[in-house]
Design a protein around this ligand. Structure first.
Ligand code: 1HN
Length: 364
């Protein structure tokens, strides 16, 4: 018996036969590769992720309003997610990275929990808050990491020096863990974890260009793949960049750009996310470059512009202190700064490198 349906007007018999075939196999959870092959292996990355800029002047009032609407404790984490306009509803800033701005008010606590997702914090505004990571407290300032499966809680004592909110950028590998279906989480038994270590001890032990004599990164749980330092003070970073700008070569694409390291391995502080600090000298006109790792930027000091291009489209963002922007995978970016500036950024580069798929192109 001939099962071929009659061709619809304008449809060839072949097309009709194919459609009927697709419907028949769909009932068996199958679908033809040849209809999707081109989209599956594009000639170059075809990300739905879009370049985007969040001006702090626009964001700040909403952060403060959120502080009136819900307590940190009720929210667990009071965060406004920086959601990529091309990925709405997916709680991510690139296909592999999550970013949000978290606010904590004096007197508040964000309760203790742990999860397999790794987190980084970059403090944007305010001081007087602290975070605790696996029993050690540190000031919530500058760049802090919360490695996978470490207990963490945040608090703001509201001291005499600061009764203002503290705001920081959270960067997490949430979409990656979702992709791998490897997310686990646990709440602490107490709101705040017990402090079991002296404040700053990990910095003294691992952050003074030395390691304990028998330290072996490969066998030092929980540090196998994450930095044993979890606080990287900006003062030292800033001075290093300043001296390098004055006395070393300026890279024509990046200015002076350094990556944060795990001092025990030389690798990134956490296995899924690389973090960078970069200084563009006054008058810098960067050459264009593109890479497969999508990157999120937080402007620390100064101002400038980033021009981002993909195909026929160009986006130009003017940025200043506390603004945030995202450069998606394989978008050509060009940084300029008349006044000079300092930029913090993070990306999924370590994963690209571990998989041998990282590509970078520095254009003339
Ligand atoms: C989290 O634990 C924090 O600890 C921030 O501050 C943002 C987003 C999703 C899941 C866990 C934090 C988070 C998060």
């Amino acid at each position: 018996m001939d099962m071929t349906p009659p061709a619809a007007p304008g449809q060839t018999a072949t097309a009709a036969a194919r459609q009927a075939f697709y419907q028949a196999i769909a009932a068996h959870s199958m679908t033809p590769l040849w209809e999707v092959l081109h989209a599956l292996v594009p000639p170059s990355p075809a990300t739905p992720c879009q370049p985007a800029l969040w001006k702090y002047a626009d964001v700040h009032p909403y952060l403060m309003q959120s502080g009136q609407l819900i307590t940190a404790e009720e929210a667990v984490r009071r965060v406004l997610i920086l959601e990529n306009p091309g990925l709405r509803g997916q709680s991510c800033i690139t296909q592999s990275l999550y970013a949000g701005l978290q606010v904590i008010m004096p007197g508040e606590v964000a309760p203790s929990h742990r999860h397999t997702q790794s987190a980084l914090r970059f403090v944007v505004e305010g001081h007087g808050a602290f975070t605790a990571v696996d029993g050690e407290r540190t000031q919530m300032q500058d760049f802090i990491i919360t490695p996978s499966w470490t207990w963490h809680d945040h608090g703001h004592l509201g001291d005499v020096q600061s009764d203002a909110p503290v705001v920081w950028l959270d960067g997490l590998d949430i979409p990656m863990l979702r992709f791998f279906d490897a997310g686990f989480a646990e709440n602490g038994s107490a709101k705040q974890q017990a402090v079991t270590k002296a404040q700053g001890i990990s910095g003294h032990r691992y952050g003074a260009n030395m390691l304990p004599v028998r330290f072996d990164a490969r066998h030092s749980a929980p540090f196998g793949q994450t930095s044993p330092i979890f606080s990287y003070p900006y003062e030292r970073t800033r001075e290093a960049l300043h001296q390098l700008e004055a006395h070393a070569d300026i890279d024509a694409w990046d200015g002076v750009k350094m990556r944060y390291v795990n001092p025990a391995t030389g690798g990134p502080p956490m296995p899924t996310m690389a973090t960078f600090m970069q200084r563009l000298p006054a008058g810098f006109e960067g050459k264009p470059c593109r890479q497969t790792d999508g990157a999120v930027f937080s402007v620390v000091e100064g101002s400038g512009t980033v021009e981002i291009a993909r195909g026929e489209q160009t986006w130009t963002f003017a940025f200043g202190p506390r603004d945030h922007f995202v450069i998606p995978s394989w978008h050509t970016a060009r940084l300029r700064s008349a006044q000079g500036c300092v930029l913090f950024s993070f990306s999924d580069r370590p994963v690209h490198q571990a998989l041998g798929i990282h590509r970078e192109e520095r254009l003339p």
